[in-house]
Each structure stands twice: as structure tokens, then as C-alpha cells.
Design a protein around this ligand. Sequence first.
Ligand SMILES: C[C@@H]1N[C@@H](c2cn(-c3ccccc3)nn2)[C@H](O)[C@@H]1O
Length: 449
Amino acid sequence: EKKQLKYGAQYKGKREDAAMQKWRSNRFGQFIHWGLYAIPGGEWKGKTYPYAAEFLKSSAHISNATWDSLSYKFNPVKFDPKAWAKMAKNMGVKYMTITTKHHEGFSLWPSKYSEFNVANTPYKKDIIGALVKAYNSEGIDVNFYYSVLDWHHPDWRYDIQSKEDSIAFSRYLNFAQNQLRELAENYPTVKGFWFDGTWDKSIKKNGWWTLKIEKMLKEIRPGVVVNSRLRADDFGSRHFDSNGDMMGDYESGYERRLPSPTDTQVIHRDWEACMTIPENQWGYHKKWDISYTKTPFELIEMLAQTTSLGGNFLLNFGPQADGMIRTEEQQIAETIGNWMKINHPAIYNGGYAKGWQRQDWGYFTQNEKDKKLYAIVFNIPISGILKIQTPEGVSIGKASLLENTNSKITIKEIAKRQINLYLPKQSFPAPFVIVLDTANENKNNYIDA
Ligand SMILES: C[C@@H]1N[C@@H](c2cn(-c3ccccc3)nn2)[C@H](O)[C@@H]1O
């Protein structure tokens, strides 16, 4: 039976307020990982480390003092927040999530609560403020990533094993609360908080704090959206409380992985997948090609698959220490943007198309604004025929290419709820979208076979 929880889920089901509906309708976001780790870029003393660049401090066993001294070299002279925001707009993202502080503990805003921040670098200026302004001017919502895990702060603890630990860690929790309050108060247009670094025992033993933070942020910024990864309950259960109810406003467990296209249990809640372009690099790595880097079409397919299951897709960029976005990322952003310019109706406001059987050739999305059904095609069958199974009582009026709605696409009902869609004889150099106008059959003249 249900446990009585003080720090468990605060509500059940999906939030339907305007702020959450906007968060949901955005669908496609840009993750940005930027910090001192961009300076060494995965290399140290002439050696390349093939691990995540933002983990170089631990991979190369670098002392706090040495790592922290990187802040004296942080001077992104080529940083142009307007250029980043323009690139993001052209790529077609509706939101952006920026690392305000990653595990290294370096704050990209002039925090009152830690000297280890951008004001005490040659660069000096408030990077978070500049990015919020530039992205908001492009109509892009901004969320703040915040790592609770902090390698720099002397009061951080991985576990609480002594009185000293609990005294120090309560200082740390107050520090983190102060920083989060500062972020919520000083940047009033922030739309969400993306918590990371919450897997250690020290946090699992302090679930009460995670709820306190969620409540504080929602009090300062009504409507703000908080990810499940912040939360631990009375018994240290994370993301989902000990009764199996999701905590926070959306599930943020999909990191560098997606649910399978037929895993429809995710459609019952809001969720987001975050994804790297290389296999596992969030921060800038000098050697982009030490691992496989995903092609634009692979990334577009991930976006389509995520949308088809009612989730958001957060694609990561790792800017260089000089403030430039690497050319490979610029090119990928442009290719995705060209696709989104034509096909965004299948993505924005898109979601799970209930009852439409997932097919091998691609993904269905249902647009909750125009109520249209979109078929996003990635694999053209040799037959040239797309097989479609319609939900009970639903027929397809007409089908056309989104790119050219005058294109009449022939469809034929070959059996009850079984449709053949005959693709036009043309080349399709990129994934493409078919718009299906559906109609509810008038049930009372439906003669059972
Ligand atoms: C969103 C991503 N989460 C951070 C991360 C991932 N991990 C991790 C650590 C051990 C195993 C698997 C994942 N630790 N921190 C990455 O650095 C990035 O910020």
C-alpha cells in the first residue's frame, strides 16, 4: 500500500498550466555546456584523454588548486551571445539550457556566494545575463542547468558519515540554495531549472532539501519548470518517489539514450531526452573525432522519435574556450535548421499520435494545435508503399507532402483499418513529412463486417 511521504511527488499527472504547455510545445532545445573545462578541451600536459572533456579534472587526476587556476585563463574574447542565439534560432530550437555551474563548481554568473566565478576572470562579464538577453531577444526560452555536485566547494560531501560531514554539508546545502535563489531572482525570465549531480548518498539522505528547493524556485518564479533529477524523497528514492509517482515536472532520466519507439509508457508523463553529438562529450573536446559524431539525419530522427513519444529533445553544444562554436557544430545546426524550416509543423506542438501503430518507415506525430497528423519518413520501403494502420473509427481523408501540399498522394484502404500509401515516384534526399487529414468515421452507419 501507499507510503505516507513528506518529500515525495507533490502532484500527479501532467501540469496543464500555460508555462508547462509552452515548455511541452517547444519540443526542441539546445543544451550548452561551457566552463573552464573548455580551456584544456580534453587534453592535459600533451596527452589526450578520451573521456568526457568536462570530466578531465578527474580523468587526469588534476588537483583543485591547479584546476581552479584555469579561471585566470578564462577569457573568451570571441564570445558573441547574439551570434550563438542567431545560430540557435536558425537551427529551430525553441529553448536553451545553459550550464550555470557544472561539477567543477565554476559559476558563469557573478555570484555573491562564491568567488569562483566569471567576475574573477580576465573576462569579467556576466555570461549568463548576456545569454539570457540574447536568446530571449530571439524568442528562445532559457533554462538553467545547475550541478548540485560541486568538486570545488570545501563543504560538498559525497556521503554523510560523521557529525562533521553533516555540519559541512548543511553549509553546502545553504550555499547551493543561496545560489539558486540568486539565479531565480536575478534572471526573472528563466523558464526552468535543470538539476544534475544529485545521485550521491549525501543528497539521497536529504530529500527534504530537494523539495524545499523546488518549492522555493516555484515561489520566486511561478510557472518555472523543474526536472525530476533534482528530487529525492523521504527514503532516498530519486526521480520517482517510493510510491512510484514522478517528482518534479518532467522525467529527465534519458541522457544519451532514448526510450524505444514502442515504449509508450513514457507518453503518460512529460519527459526530455538530452543528447551529445559525439558519443560522450558535453564540454568542448579538441579531438572531435575521437568518437563517432552523429550526422544531422541521425539527430533529426532522434528529434522525431522523441516528439512521437511526447517528449522534448535537448541537443548539446560545447563551445570553445575562445567563445566560438566549433565549425562542425555550426554545420550540423545549419543542416538541422534547413530541415526544421520546412518540417517544423511535425515537431512544434507535436506529440504522441494515439492509436497510430508505429511503422518501420518512420514516426507519427499529432499536432495539438492544427490537429493534423504527420508522418515523418526516414526509411522508404523498396515497394514504395507506406503501410498505415489507422485507429478504430478514424479514416484518412487525404495525404500530401508537407513540402508541397499540391502533391496528391494516392492512398488505398486494402482492409479494415489497413491503408496503402503510394509514395510519388521521386527522389527523397532527406527525411520528409506527409500530412494526413484524418476524419472520424460516423460510427452509426458503420456496418460491422
Ligand atoms: C548532462 C550530463 N550529466 C553529466 C554527468 C554524467 N555523469 C555520469 C557519471 C557516471 C556514469 C554516467 C554518467 N556524471 N555527470 C555530464 O557531464 C553532463 O552534464
